[in-house]
Each structure stands twice: as C-alpha cells, then as structure tokens.
Ligand binder design. Structure first.
Ligand SMILES: [Zn+2]
Length: 354
C-alpha cells in the first residue's frame, strides 16, 4: 500500500447515510491487521516497509529531515532485529527525550549520540555510540532483555533501559514518537496524522456493552459492514469505550422517518448515533440508539460514561449496538478497523460467539 493510495483513500468523505448493512462501499478489503505486539497496523497484514519516498524523508510537524531520518534509522534497526513496532515507538520516544533525535557529539558526563548512552556504563565505545545504527541496536538489545516490556507503558519500558534521572519524561514524547514511526512506515493520512494505533497510547478502554458479537466486521456476507453488531437488549446502557470528546450526535435516517421509533430493513441509516474522538486519532461510533443520546457535541466523556441506550433506530432488524472503531477523525469507511482485534489489543475484548 503506497502512501499515495492511502492519501487517496483517506480523502473519501463520510457519506450522508450510514448503513448497518451496506451502503458505503468497503474501499479496503482487509483491516485490523496486527503489526506486532501492542500496535495495530490498520491497512493489512504485510509488514510495513521503511524506505524514503522519492526525494528523501520529508519534514513532519516540528521535525526536520534529519530528525525524521534518525527516526527511520531507529525503525529500520528495530525491523531488522525483529522488534515489534511498539518497540520502535519506545526507542523513538527515548531518543526524543535524550537528544531530540539529534546525533549529539557529547552530553551530560560521557553521554553520546541519539540515546545519550555512556561508554563508562558499558554501552560501547565513543566511536560506536556516534553511529545511530549501533546506538539503536544497543538500545533494542537492552530492551529485549526486559521481561514483559511489550506490556509496559512506554515510559516504564524506556526507563527500564535507560535508568534516567527523569523517568517520567518519556511519556510526553509518545504522540510524537507514534507520529514519526507512522511517517517512516508510510501510515499517515494526507494531513500527516498517524494511522498507527498502539495499545499503550490511548488510555484505558472498556467494552461499550457486554454482549455477544452477532455480526462481524466486513464478513463475506456483509463486506461493507464497517463495524460489529453487539446483541445487547433494548435499553442496555451504552458506555464510552474510552475517554474522549463527543464530536457527532445525530439522527441518521431516511428522510421522513423517525429515529424515535424502531427502524427496519426498509429504513436507511445509523439511527441515533454518537461519534467520540479519542487520543491518537481513534474514533468510536455507536449506532441505533433507542432515544436521543445522553451526550452533546463537544462534551468530554470519561471511559465508561453512559452515552445512550441500546435500541433499534435506523437500518436495524432488532435491538443491538452497532459499534465501529476508526483510525481517522473523519470516521470514513476507509478508516474503519476491526473492533474485535482493536478491543483485544487495548485490553477490553468484545464478547464473541452469539
Ligand atoms: Zn451493524
């Protein structure tokens, strides 16, 4: 998948009518591929490639080409060692804290290079540590010896390697690290926002309802079904899956019909629905609510807050929650990923079977 294709896909806008069972064409066949522990690569199962675009690495955000190039080196060394993508993010955040992704000639005491490693502490010779490839490799070699590092918050894993005097300083670099890793593997939308999603990134998650998955994500029978149907009973409270901001509260339905009564197969649209924007560009969508949602646009919600009730408004054959997860703020079909994979990754697995 080239970045040109991705940019084109992301440019699609959300259609006026959302359908539980079709309506918006599925632009991408797969979705929700797991690209290493802790991170979800939304655009397929093939390992990402790390090669500069024609003309070389481009600046992104506040980062210039030199910094992006060092981020690419860190990712390449990680890929070469078989380190999962979450490890690349940890290494990049560490280098941001230690050197702002500059290959520094010196530093505090005898610290050197991207990671400010010290020859006196056994990291290597000064000459070796001035080589970003060697320095990144030394970081990963240590990271891989940390038991359970993949399940640690970024700052804990980084601190376990670095033994910094300021152990909490790594966390603030997590969004930038994910942006840079996304950039160098070509997983950004046309505004530079990362499409890479990592479990350690977005804070705690919970199931919006506890109920069986009665219809899956883009199944053979329903290839344009961009979410999962959770078979909860009418009136079941729906929870915000994670902390965020409500960006859409809407009745999405065929003109002339009402969201305040049950819909049916003859009705189009998502019925009463809510979109919530979370950190790291993740958006969640909740459809077919029973009544007008309990939240308003712009409202900040905490994980687990009740946002509405399970119903059957819109294109729905019976009470259920249609739940979508997107990697882009547009909520367009092209950004939908498999909620089952995603929720498993973030530690709040949806019930299966049904
Ligand atoms: Zn559905």
């Amino acid at each position: 998948m080239t970045r040109t294709v991705i940019a084109g896909i992301i440019a699609f806008v959300l259609g006026a009518i959302l359908l539980c069972a079709g309506g918006l064409a599925a632009v991408l066949g797969g979705g929700g591929g797991i690209g290493g522990s802790g991170c979800v690569v939304p655009l397929g199962d093939t390992p990402p490639t790390i090669s500069p675009p024609p003309g070389g690495w481009q600046p992104t955000g506040r980062f210039d080409t030199e910094q992006v190039g060092h981020a690419a080196t860190i990712a390449q060394v990680g890929a070469g060692k078989g380190v999962p993508i979450w490890g690349w993010a940890i290494a990049t955040a560490t280098a941001l804290q230690e050197s702002d992704l500059r290959n520094l000639a010196g530093g505090h005491l005898d610290s050197i290079g991207l990671f400010q490693q010290r020859p006196s502490q056994g990291w290597g010779t000064p000459e070796q540590l001035r080589d970003p490839v060697y320095a990144a490799g030394a970081f990963y070699d240590k990271l891989l010896t940390i038991p359970g590092w993949q399940a640690m918050p970024l700052t804990e894993a980084a601190q376990a390697v670095q033994h910094s005097a300021y152990p909490d300083a790594y966390a603030k670099h997590e969004p930038d690290a994910l942006r840079l890793v996304s950039q160098v593997i070509g997983l950004v939308d046309d505004t530079g926002n990362p499409l890479l999603v990592c479990a350690g990134a977005g804070g705690p998650w919970t199931q919006p309802v506890i109920a069986a998955v009665v219809s899956g994500f883009r199944t053979a029978e329903r290839p344009s079904h961009d979410g999962v149907d959770l078979g909860a009973a009418r009136g079941t409270p729906i929870k915000a899956a994670s902390t965020g901001t409500v960006i859409v509260v809407r009745c999405n339905i065929t003109a002339g019909t009402s969201c305040d009564v049950d819909g049916g197969s003859h009705v189009r649209g998502c019925g009463w629905y809510v979109d919530i924007q979370h950190e790291q560009g993740i958006l969640t969508r909740y459809c077919h609510m029973l009544t007008e949602p309990a939240v308003t646009v712009g409202q900040h919600v905490a994980v687990g807050d009740i946002i509405g009730l399970v119903g059957s408004s819109g294109h729905s054959s019976g009470p259920h929650l249609h739940y979508e997860v997107h990697t882009g703020a547009s909520g367009a079909s092209s950004t939908a990923i498999d909620p089952v994979s995603f929720m498993q990754q973030v530690g709040a697995p949806l019930a299966s079977g049904g």
